[in-house]
Design a binder for this molecule. Structure first.
Ligand code: ACO
Length: 379
């Protein structure tokens, strides 16, 4: 076997052949099944996009209606799952709650039939339908309230905001939130998708696939960055403090959250769209004092790090949008997960189509022929 050069973080190493999405990091292009993200964010809906990602083509009117109906029907969660979630500590992070709850679905729907299209369809529907309900339920229960039942007359995004805030959202807010879900639905071979594919390759159940991906997304170098961006903007506090704050980050060699990307070496196209959505929300519902800080920070970083290809990524402006929609900071990453379930499921399905278990190699750097020293003789 040829021994390849070791690449930390597997940079540049293809881990799969995929027709789900495409990214050009030099030109700032992202396509789902060949369709530009800008077009989907403007013209599609999250569920239509999820269908496109998972089944490979845009649905007809009938197909979309059927898919939406199935999802509405499966939004409720079993009372045993709800009761299990009630026992989670209210101080626990919602991403940990989501990972545990997603894995728990496997206890109830465990009959695996990975070669049966009806099983695949049901698993896709259940995961897309129930993950938002679980995120909203944990949010209410950690405040000591009962979860709100999903409403069948509301669309996917509106229903989630309704379950979260216990009131029907303004249609504009629901539309913006739906576009945010579309933007976060898929992004080639990122860490959580790789995690999903590795888990899928063992032929385990789809709930374990999604649970492992949720755990991977939680980290601050991946989906968790959106939460840290808001904390950073709050810490900066004023436009005047942007440059002194940045100098201090450079001095300590700390990473600036919401900036940089393994693939994008220009501004992430999703960050551009999210910035536009944030501006629309501010125009309708009032300014956010941290937006000016964010714009100044982007300008300062472009001056200092632009030549190294470090620009805002998807996590930079998403938090400002979510905050305007009344969403608490520690739900930003679970919301990312709600959207990314679509991408993970598309990769799960694709992986099953041409499966070979992931089993990479390593370069051993340890010793050989080491003698065992009895415990009494160890110094
Ligand atoms: N702030 C400051 N410097 C940075 C940043 C940043 N945000 N991102 C990259 N750099 C610098 C690194 O310090 C490194 O410099 P060096 O060559 O002098 O050591 C160089 O750019 C390359 O950075 P790496 O971390 O090696 O790049 P990698 O491709 O491994 O990591 C990552 C990409 C993890 C996204 C990185 O840019 C980062 O940590 N960003 C901040 C966290 C963040 O926003 N994550 C969300 C990413 S989007 C998503 O996952 C949904």
């Amino acid at each position: 076997m040829t021994v390849c050069e070791y690449k930390p973080g597997l940079e540049g190493i293809p881990a799969a052949q995929s027709s789900i999405s495409f990214v050009d990091g030099q030109q700032g292009i992202l396509e789902y099944r060949g369709i530009r993200i800008e077009e989907l964010a403007e013209k599609s809906t999250f569920l239509e996009t999820a269908y496109l990602l998972i089944w490979g083509a845009l649905p007809t009117q009938e197909e979309l209606a059927e898919f939406e109906t199935e999802i509405r029907y499966h939004r409720r969660i079993k009372y045993r799952i709800r009761d299990m979630m009630k026992c989670f500590p209210e101080t626990g992070h919602p991403m940990d709650a989501l990972q545990a709850s997603a894995a728990a679905l496997g206890l109830f729907y465990s009959r695996r039939a990975l070669d049966n299209p009806a099983y695949i369809r049901k698993a896709v529907v259940r995961l897309l339908a129930k993950i938002p309900t679980m995120v909203a339920a944990f949010q209410l229960m950690r405040k000591g309230n009962d979860p709100v039942q999903p409403r069948d007359d509301l669309g996917y995004a509106a229903n989630f905001l309704y379950m979260l805030n216990e009131r029907e959202p303004d249609p504009f807010a629901a539309k913006v939130f739906d576009a945010c879900l579309t933007l976060h639905a898929e992004q080639t071979m990122n860490a959580s998708t790789f995690s999903a594919r590795v888990t899928a390759s063992t032929l385990t159940d789809p709930y374990a696939v999604v649970a492992s991906a949720v755990g991977t997304l939680a980290g601050p170098l991946h989906g968790g960055a959106n939460e840290e961006v808001i904390e950073m903007l709050e810490e900066i506090g004023s436009v005047e403090n942007v440059r002194p704050y940045l100098e201090e980050l450079f001095r300590t060699k700390a990473k600036i959250m919401g900036f940089g990307h393994r693939v994008y070496k220009v501004k992430d196209p999703r960050a551009t769209i999210l910035q536009g959505l944030a501006e629309q929300l501010f125009a309708k519902y009032g300014d956010d004092q941290h937006y000016d800080i964010a714009v100044e920070l982007e300008k300062a970083i472009e001056e200092k790090l632009g030549h190294r290809g470090i620009y805002p990524n998807v996590d930079f402006y998403s938090g400002l949008v979510y905050r305007k929609l009344g969403i608490p900071t520690d739900l930003f990453t679970p919301i990312f997960a709600i959207a990314r379930v679509a991408g993970w499921l598309a990769h799960w399905k694709e992986q099953l189509g041409e499966n070979r278990i992931f089993r990479p190699t390593q370069i051993y750097t340890g010793d050989h022929q080491v003698d065992y020293i009895p415990i009494t003789e160890r110094g």
